[in-house]
Design a protein around this ligand. Structure first.
Ligand code: SF4
Length: 354
């Protein structure tokens, strides 16, 4: 199998704070293949944004980052600041939640797209201007030529986000990281921006790493899903496997919160643990309706390959997507004790042990 475009291995990010050490991301693995859309999903505080911001080191200096982040064969964790600069906003584009933060109010939107083109490519101002107008047109800015000279404050929130998408696409990235890009927009505009991103991803063949707490969005755009909770990955798999056969109680709880998908418990009781004081054992155990004594001690359960409701325990717990899943080619894996041979799997979680 071809190497993934992006491979994140054993990523750990911690911050020293007055309250203690925050382990925002604590041993996370995931891949993004060329042209693939991978969604990082979880509640606020799950670590998904910090994981994404680690990739091109957008984190504050106070962050201590360990692990490997390989992009197209280059380990970004070994890159100098200037080397990383060439990736950031170049081969790796970013779109954030609030477009207001990404736009400079004193420059016209056209100037900002031109700048995004010329910072990474050696083209004349005239060529960049032509490309900028075409990009603005492509992302749905009506009368793009006429609006080239307008300032950000003359655009609505949705239109600003379209401009930010145009800027991110300007250097023709291989990977676009979009962190809750529609959350700040109203519902109808959210859908338009999502459709735009999906169309652009398909026509350019770029990979998309999409951060969201909204499984409805995931269902529409993802090829694969990585479910995070309290700085750890709980489950990962293809979008169809994950929606048709969710294995982890947390994934099932998230899905049960989707309108029309109640599966026993429709809200997730309790709250995500304090990041300075995560529980021992499975981090989800204080909220898990299926927790057993063994869930409360030791480390986070190892990954098991899920095979039709009962994990394939012969895989021995791969520790993440890189491992040998040995499950008929599936990459559907779960970190839950109920999926090993020593614990009874409740019938509602799949195949009974009888
Ligand atoms: Fe629940 Fe235990 Fe599985 Fe964690 S390991 S999700 S607490 S059953």
């Amino acid at each position: 199998m071809a190497d993934p475009l992006l491979a994140v291995r054993d990523l750990r990010v911690r911050f020293e704070t007055d309250e203690g050490v925050v382990r925002a991301v604590d041993g996370v693995d995931f891949d993004v293949g060329e042209g693939e859309t991978v969604c990082l999903v979880g509640e606020s505080g799950s670590g998904k944004t910090v994981a994404c911001e680690s990739i091109t080191r957008l984190l504050p200096d106070s962050a201590a980052v360990d692990g490997k982040i390989r992009f197209d064969g280059t380990d970004l964790t070994d890159c100098s600041a200037s080397e990383l600069e060439s990736y950031r906003g170049g081969r790796i584009g970013h779109v954030f939640q609030n477009p207001q933060d990404a736009l400079d109010p004193v420059y016209t939107v056209g100037e900002q797209v031109v700048e995004a083109i010329r910072i990474h490519r050696d083209v004349s101002k005239a060529t960049a201007r032509e490309e900028a107008v075409a990009l603005l047109d492509r992302v749905g800015i009506g009368e793009a030529e006429a609006r080239f000279g307008d300032y950000p404050h003359q655009f609505s929130g949705g239109m600003k986000q379209r401009v930010v998408v145009a800027m991110a696409l300007a250097p023709d990235p291989d990977l676009l990281i979009a962190d809750e890009p529609t959350t700040a927009l109203d519902v109808t505009i959210q859908r338009q921006v999502l459709e735009l991103l999906a169309d652009l991803q398909a026509e350019r063949g770029m990979a998309l790493l999409f951060v969201t707490h909204d499984l409805g969005v995931v269902a529409e755009i993802a090829d694969r899903v990585v479910v995070m909770y309290a700085g750890k990955v709980m489950e990962t798999g293809g979008v169809h496997e994950l929606f048709d056969d969710p294995a982890h109680p947390y994934t099932r709880a998230l899905l049960a919160c989707l309108p029309g998908r109640g599966e026993g418990f429709e809200t997730i009781g309790g709250s995500i643990p304090e990041p300075t004081d995560p529980p021992d054992g499975c981090r989800f155990h204080p909220r898990c309706p299926h927790a057993v004594d063994d869930c409360e001690t030791g480390d986070q359960p190892a990954f098991r390959a899920v095979d039709g409701g009962r994990a394939d325990t012969d895989s021995g717990g791969s520790g993440g997507p890189e491992g040998d899943t040995d499950a008929g080619g599936t990459d559907h894996e779960v970190a839950c004790l109920l999926y090993d041979d020593d614990h009874a799997l409740p019938p509602e979680l799949g195949v009974s042990d009888d």
